[in-house]
Design a protein around this ligand. Sequence first.
Ligand code: PPS
Length: 335
Amino acid sequence: MENSLSPSVAFFPSSSVLEEQRQEFREWLASLPKEKSFAPSGSTLYQNFWCPTMFLENVISFQKHFHAHDQDIILASKPKSGTTWLKAIIFSTVNRAQFTLSNTPLLTKVSHELVPFFEVTVYGNNKIPDLTTMSTPRLFSTHVPYASLPKSIKESKCRIVYVCRNPLDTLVSLWHFASHLSDIRSSGWTLEEFVGKFCDGKEGFGPFWSHVLGYWKESTENPEKVLFLKYEDLKEDIIYQIKRLAEFIGFPFSQEELRQGVVEDISKLCSLNALKDLEVNKNGTHASFFPNKSFYRKGEVGDWVNHLSPSMLERLNKMIEEKFKDSGLSFKVSC
Ligand code: PPS
């Protein structure tokens, strides 16, 4: 279902808007299809994706107000695909001349603060933030599907790094994440129901297939614009993937840096074990909602075998076959 938004009601700074416009917006919002989700706000179907309702206004402000610069670097992903990891790697790669291993902000800040989500903090803290004072290149991230990105991102020369993960591990990771955010089991959610929602496409920023295929298509047609990475490939050869990423974002490693082991240093700093054990990532909350520790768990390829029953697997495999068969994209589901 297509929903469009009238520009007159698309955005309202709380101080200056007319109550009439607010009411119009509330009515429009109420008219959109809704789904229950593990997040308290539920999800709303907006532009063909299920947007967590708590972020919908932020997404709309992002679409309306963001002006991309050619130097911007944007990390895009479906939730639970390796976003937190890639943020640490991109931040460390871009800022390697400025910070050493012992004074990097990664030691004291969760990586979502260093590479902020448009829909969570950038447009959540302020509906028209001043982003002009940020240092270049500006680093951002988003879970918004390609089709719904603001025009200026598509039309500028800014680069998009997309990370995807096999759907089975993505789903299991999401299940664990959800249990950090709410007591999903006692509120009636079962893993089976979760699988059903995932296969129906009715989950945060889903459907999974249109999210992944949207960026996949763009990366094949426009490889200088979108770099498509897979979590499983990163697990297999992180050094090669960091070098590839660095080239793509315009921060290639020199021969001297390669000799000095700078790539290895970045990979160690950004490894799950290194980050997970930091105080900042064991305590505290991101955006007053997400416990920092919820972003780190096992980080394995194939953990789904410990959770999915044969019938759940059958349902997921059917969805994967149906939605990805002619795409040229395949997933590695075990190591
Ligand atoms: S989010 O909420 O979308 O930002 O979550 P995201 O970071 O995309 O996904 C969380 C999963 O990624 C694992 N993770 C890592 N893997 C490898 N290396 C590093 N450094 C790393 N950091 C986080 C995290 O453990 C989640 O996967 P699961 O399978 O649940 O362990």
